[in-house]
Design a protein around this ligand. Structure first.
Ligand SMILES: Nc1ncnc2c1ncn2[C@@H]1O[C@H](COP(=O)(O)OP(=O)(O)OP(=O)(O)O)[C@@H](O)[C@H]1O
Ligand SMILES: [Mg+2]
Length: 260
């Protein structure tokens, strides 16, 4: 598979409408893993529930954050990334924190739609400073998610091995196609990440086969207690268990899907 770097794509949304599949864990692990090897990364918390911001102890409310960025873009202001981001939440890693938990109710649907182009321009312009913009998204399916997916260049989709994931993935594929058409550029469905993978499950092979029909490279992240424990304690997998299988799996994704 060509890597994102080879393809020149750097604005990546971690997306799945299904909740609890490991979007936030993956955004943090991949972002921090890229930063660890010297890449400059901006993590964007696009989920008003702000799990990722809380992980980095940045509640955001009342300070510059993603919702302020959207307000300023909507007002047509000239925006510079310095005014919105928290610097060095880890070495090489900056954060655009979530902010207003009621963001969804502040903007009418049309308002968020009108922000797609300005937000995409913002993300692509900050890439002079960052190699990667990694966006954590919420499990909802609404105008905010449409905005975030449409303003990205590629999608990475964490999933669990479940019957229902197939239907969810079909919807995501059709969303990506629809948003690509609307934006007049391809929003690439780049990789599927099977999180919480357990090799002793016989059905895993059956699912691998089903998902191979989507022709998107599939990676697995083993089920690991280090992930929930790390999320609780604000420690990335690279800090808490760099030699664990989960770290190995995330390392492989970073290498193959992002950098190679
Ligand atoms: N590889 C893994 N092994 C074990 N547990 C995991 C793994 N990945 C994620 N989890 C756990 O699954 C739960 C959900 O993870 P996470 O919050 O990253 O999902 P999410 O998709 O961001 O959820 P939401 O849709 O609510 O935003 C957490 O408790 C997390 O610790
Ligand atoms: Mg999440």
């Amino acid at each position: 598979m060509p890597s994102l770097r080879e393809l020149g794509l750097g604005v990546i949304a971690i997306a799945n409408r299904k909740g609890g599949v490991g979007k936030t864990a993956s955004a943090i692990s991949i972002g921090a893993g890229l930063a660890k090897i010297g890449q400059r990364v901006l993590l964007v918390d696009g989920d008003p529930q702000a799990n990722m911001s809380l992980f980095f102890a940045e509640s955001g409310i009342g300070r510059s954050d993603f919702s302020n960025l959207l307000n300023d873009l909507a007002a047509g202001k000239k925006v510079s990334p310095e005014s919105y981001t928290r610097k060095r939440v880890r070495r090489g890693l900056d954060l655009l924190a979530a902010g207003d938990p009621k963001l969804r109710f502040r903007f009418p649907e049309e308002g968020l739609k009108a922000l797609i182009k300005p937000l995409f321009d913002f993300f692509t312009s900050v890439r002079t400073k960052y190699n990667w913009v990694i966006i954590d998204t919420s499990p909802s399916h609404g105008p905010l998610e449409r905005l975030l997916l449409s303003a990205s260049e590629a999608l990475v989709v964490p999933l669990e091995f479940q019957r229902f994931s197939v239907a969810g993935l079909e919807t995501l594929v059709s969303d990506a196609a629809e948003f690509s058409r609307e934006q007049g550029r391809n929003i690439r469905l780049h990789a599927l990440l099977f999180t919480k993978a357990e090799n002793n499950l016989s059905r895993v092979d059956a699912y691998r086969e089903v998902f191979s029909a989507f022709r998107v490279p599939v990676f697995e992240i083993c089920r690991s207690e280090y992930i929930p424990r790390g999320l609780e304690r604000s420690r990335t997998i690279w800090e808490s268990a760099p030699r664990s299988y989960a770290a190995r799996d995330y390392g492989r994704i970073i290498e193959k899907a992002f950098l190679e």
